[in-house]
Design a binder for this molecule. Structure first.
Ligand SMILES: *[C@@H]1O[C@H](CO)[C@@H](O)[C@H](O)[C@H]1NC(C)=O
Ligand SMILES: *[C@@H]1O[C@H](CO)[C@@H](O)[C@H](O)[C@H]1NC(C)=O
Length: 268
């Protein structure tokens, strides 16, 4: 008890002078404050200038094929449908490492997130996945009203997941997982476009047998969350080139079943 009080005092001792110094310093020289404000505005402008979001859903059946071979892939038994990969402001990444995320921040959403936003990488816990998405993309989204906290950001993603229930739309359009019945890109687009607009991206990955597996779909949203995007520009993304690619229009596309036992080889 005494030890922890001492420790607290030491910590306080370390913090208090810094605050005082800062106060004294800024009261002496207001021009520096002005510089800080201007700097903040510049940072805001860079980080907040995005005008397009991509809401990305992944298909567990093929996602393990997309993952690096070295990563052990696990799909928990209760995961049987499309799941969330992320909500990504375009051309804005890692805007600030300063907004730490703790499990308690997402406690009330934990159950729903575990169902709708699982990680398939065995070495990465669900929370680690959410935290990575928050730090990489969420903090950039957070300059918009309504997205400016973890709980708002993750709640919105869950809401979008309900709004864009592509599982239902696909099954209503008779697009069902199968190892034998491939689809044409045009068939998939015809079924999806009424729900997610024409500027969506359907992404594939090639398996070892050279089949095109559909593993991901990106839904473009404006800043105000209306469907579509002022400047659809799918090629201008930064970061390492993704292993996936747009599903080809002339090749059969497979929506493979989810195989919990053998997630990397759903069709043998
Ligand atoms: C999608 O629709 C199906 C069938 O109507 C329903 O069972 C499921 O709960 C819905 N999923 C979400 C995330 O709303
Ligand atoms: C949302 O934003 C888009 C693009 O900026 C604009 O065209 C549209 O009118 C806006 N919709 C609403 C409801 O504000």
């Amino acid at each position: 008890m005494l030890g922890s009080q001492l420790c607290l005092l030491v910590l306080l001792g370390a913090v208090v002078p810094t605050l005082q110094q800062r106060d004294q310093w800024s009261s002496l020289d207001h021009s520096n404050d002005y510089n800080y404000v201007r700097h903040d505005e510049e940072v805001q402008k860079t980080f907040c200038s995005w005008d397009c979001l991509k809401f990305t859903l992944q298909w567990p059946g093929a996602f393990c094929t997309y993952l690096n071979e070295k990563a052990k892939c696990v799909i928990q038994p209760e995961i049987n449908t499309w799941t969330i990969h992320g909500l990504w402001p375009q051309k804005a990444y890692n805007c600030c490492g300063c907004w730490h995320l703790f499990p308690s921040d997402l406690e009330v959403l934990d159950e729903e997130l575990s169902q709708e936003w699982p990680s398939f990488v065995k070495s990465k816990s669900y929370f680690q996945f959410w935290k990575m998405e928050w730090l990489k993309h969420g903090v950039c989204a957070a300059c918009v009203e309504g997205l400016n906290s973890p709980i708002k950001y993750f709640s919105l993603c869950l809401k979008l997941r309900q709004q864009f229930n592509i599982t239902r739309t696909l099954s209503e359009g008779n697009v069902v997982p199968s190892c034998d019945r491939p689809y044409k890109l045009a068939e998939l687009e015809e079924v999806l476009t009424p729900l997610i607009g024409e500027h969506h991206e359907i992404q594939c990955i090639k398996d070892k047998q050279d089949r095109e597996l559909w593993f991901q779909v990106k839904i473009p949203l404006s800043r105000n969350l209306t469907l579509g995007c002022p400047q659809p520009n799918p090629t201008a993304e930064r970061g390492p080139p993704p292993a996936g690619h747009p599903c080809p229009s002339q090749t059969p596309i497979y929506l493979v079943p989810i195989d919990h036992e053998n997630p990397r080889k759903p069709c043998g």
